[in-house]
Design a protein around this ligand. Structure first.
Ligand code: ZN
Length: 249
């Protein structure tokens, strides 16, 4: 049974229990990763359930390696290439080693997903079992405070009309909640756009770096929840070129 790559439908990378690689998921198109490179069969790891087939994707000289060139258009293996489409037999685990940099600027989609409750690839982190809202908040806060545009394209939906992806909207909701701008308690001395923008940007950078308590203290300098939301909404529109529905409501 084969399924087109990249895997569509499920956003979980490790079964239904969630991902063991954390809550930020970058989706690449398999054909982008193999373009200009060759695929090599490495080995089968039968100790895994389901067993894993290991491949190397490289444009380097591999004569010194115990690998075999794998022609996906002809081989009778779990990875197939037919009429311009890549397929994978999803009854098996696939492990692909890419001998190149995996550039986030080439990813097609960004999602925030559930971290597995027990399994963690780095042996244990504070996100186990979490749904990914905290990760969404921190990533979006980083993008807005640092004005980095490297993953803007996969964070914006362009058809049928241009809107922010649910990943961004989810991050914005989380930022408002995490920074204490949802209960009408903000009553600080800052009210001008310039000063509120500076405080907001500083607070989001603190939050993105994991200093949530310090970020909440910075946000307390802002005059009201209303101006916090208004300036955050305007920052989002300036950055992505599209309005946030969450910030407008
Ligand atoms: Zn973890």
């Amino acid at each position: 049974m084969t399924r087109e790559l990249p895997w569509s439908g499920s956003h979980q990378t490790n079964g239904t229990g969630g991902s063991r690689y954390g809550s930020v998921q970058f989706t690449f198109d398999f054909k982008d990763l193999v373009k200009g490179r060759k695929v090599y069969w490495v080995e089968a790891q039968t100790g895994y359930k389901p067993p894993a087939c290991r491949f190397l994707i490289s444009d380097q000289e591999v004569k010194h390696l115990p690998v075999q060139l794998y022609d996906a258009a002809r081989e009778d293996g779990p990875l197939r290439y037919v009429d311009g489409v890549w397929y994978w037999n999803h009854n098996l685990t696939g492990e692909f080693l890419l001998e190149a940099s995996l550039l986030t600027s080439e990813c097609r989609k960004v999602d925030f997903i559930r971290h597995h409750a027990q399994f963690c690839a780095i042996g244990g982190c504070s996100d186990q079992g979490k749904e990914g809202d905290g990760a969404a908040g921190r990533v979006i806060a980083y993008i807005l405070s640092r004005k980095t545009d490297v993953i803007d394209a996969p964070l914006v939906v362009t058809a049928p009309k241009k809107v922010l992806s649910s990943a961004v909207e989810r991050g914005l909701s989380r930022i408002c909640m995490a920074l204490g701008a949802i209960s009408g308690k903000l009553n600080g001395p800052l009210n001008s756009n310039t000063s509120v923008d500076a405080a907001l940007r500083a607070a989001m950078l603190q939050y993105a770096e994991g200093e949530r308590n310090a970020a909440v203290e910075t946000v307390k300098l802002i005059g009201s929840d209303d101006i916090f939301r208004k300036r955050l909404g305007s920052m989002v529109e300036a950055h992505f070129g599209v309005k946030s529905e969450v910030m407008a409501s």
